[in-house]
Design a protein around this ligand. Structure first.
Ligand SMILES: *Cc1c(COP(=O)(O)O)cnc(C)c1O
Length: 415
């Protein structure tokens, strides 16, 4: 392909990071809900979506909810988080992973990330139990569709008698040692948010093998009504149930999950090929033990390939240098060709809202290392991935030609 020609191209249709991909069946199931008048939070689409989810994930029970965040909230309640409890949480993730802990009055303690999978570091997790031996709940996410070090994390949690809430919002369809993510936690969740690998436009699902847990969530999510002729309440309720219309969209999407994964995988491989020779690496796949769903293609620039970049809380500046680049420059170049990239999730321990929460690295108290960072010493892993990494346009409707334009734009940043 003529790279020079591609360099000056601007994409006619915007390529999104990851947008909904519809197939037609969704409309039929929505229409079915309409025609049968199940325009409610009860109906066949809901029953089917729960059945299909259990079949796919290999869990006994699933409860369809309004969002992945709602599912996480219910999961955190099931895990028994109470006001003032410390809860160990993934650090590099979407804030929806940790906010539900705070809804229940818990205090997130952020656990640093490892480079092998960009997920929670089991060594840092063990360190955290040394400092907080009484912690009973660990919330773990699988970033960008790559399963984390599940066995190692499970071993640490078992040793300390802690339960796992597994946030598989980004990793639906990914497997670890042949088993679906979402099925490893004591309770798990998935999301059908509009940018996820399949979508309901919104929606989420709680996953469990425990019948009593599933029944509790069914009750809590529908305003916690007791068995009585009137509205009788003994517990706090929520209006968290998924709509039967939304469930129709999810039901129509499920048959296309594997096809979406294959498209995302092809996108990842084209980027990998296209970036040959640049001082960059694609996001890790946890090969050998896991098969990711390739939800987002990401890259990280080698430390030697980074030009100078500084970020305040809300702005970024960089100094362009021949042969080098940085996420800010690359994201600008991607935007300039009419495509959407994103920074890596900014670590929770760096977020103003969580600035007073503890943060644990392999070396112990991560907050105590701030001076070392200012002095230019080794930073924590999450901050480093955030500094050097970015998410590339990963929409499964992107054509190879459109992707070639994006690849050319990225390559040009390193000239
Ligand atoms: C999307 C996402 C969620 C939240 O799901 P919603 O359905 O948007 O509420 C939670 N955790 C992670 C890691 C996510 O990416």
């Amino acid at each position: 392909m003529d790279i020079k020609r591609l360099e000056n191209m601007r994409l006619e249709n915007k390529v999104w990071l990851s947008s909904p991909t519809m197939h037609g069946e969704e409309l039929e199931y929505i229409k079915e809900a309409y025609d049968t008048n199940w325009m409610s939070t009860i109906g066949k689409n809901l029953n089917e979506v729960e059945r299909i989810t259990c079949e796919k994930i290999g869990c006994k029970y699933s409860v369809a909810l309004a969002s992945g965040t709602a599912a996480l909230h219910m999961a955190v309640k099931l895990a028994g988080v109470k006001r003032g409890d410390y809860v160990f949480c993934s650090d590099v993730t979407f804030d929806a992973t940790v906010n539900p802990v705070v809804y229940e009055g818990g205090i997130p303690v952020f656990i640093d990330t490892e480079y092998d999978t960009w997920n929670m570091d089991p060594v840092a997790l063990e360190k955290a139990f040394e400092i907080y031996p009484d912690v009973k709940v660990v919330v773990v996410a699988h970033l960008y569709g790559t399963p984390g070090k599940i066995d190692e994390i499970r071993a640490v949690c078992d040793k300390h008698g802690a339960v796992i809430v597994e946030d598989a919002a980004e990793s639906l369809g990914a497997t670890y040692k042949g088993q679906q993510t979402g099925s490893f936690g004591d309770v798990g969740i998935i999301s059908f948010n509009g940018n996820k690998i399949i979508t309901g436009s919104a929606g989420g699902m709680l996953l469990t093998n425990d019948k009593a847990q599933a029944e509790k969530v069914r009750k809590w999510s529908t305003q916690a009504r007791e068995a009585a002729p009137w509205y009788q309440h003994e517990e706090l309720g929520y209006n968290y149930r998924m709509s039967n219309v939304i469930a129709g969209v999810v039901r129509g999407q499920y048959p296309h999950l594997e096809e979406h994964i294959a498209q995302k995988k092809a996108i990842y491989e084209r980027y990998k090929e296209g970036f040959k020779g640049l001082p960059v690496t694609m996001n890790p796949l946890n090969e050998g033990v896991a098969v990711p769903n390739y939800w987002l293609s990401c890259m990280i620039i080698d430390a030697e390939g980074m030009c100078r970049q500084v970020r305040s809380e809300t702005e970024a500046l960089y100094i362009s240098e021949p042969g080098k680049s940085c996420p800010t420059e690359i994201l600008e170049a991607i935007a300039a060709v009419n495509a959407e990239g994103r920074p890596i999730w900014k670590p929770m321990h760096m977020q103003p809202i969580y600035r007073n929460n503890p943060f644990i690295t392999e070396d112990g108290d991560g907050r105590a290392q701030t001076n070392a960072y200012i002095a230019g010493e080794k930073v924590d892993v999450g901050m480093d991935i955030f500094d050097r990494g970015l998410c590339l346009p990963s929409d499964n409707k992107m054509t190879p030609e459109e992707q070639a334009v994006i690849i050319a734009a990225v390559r040009k940043c390193f000239e």
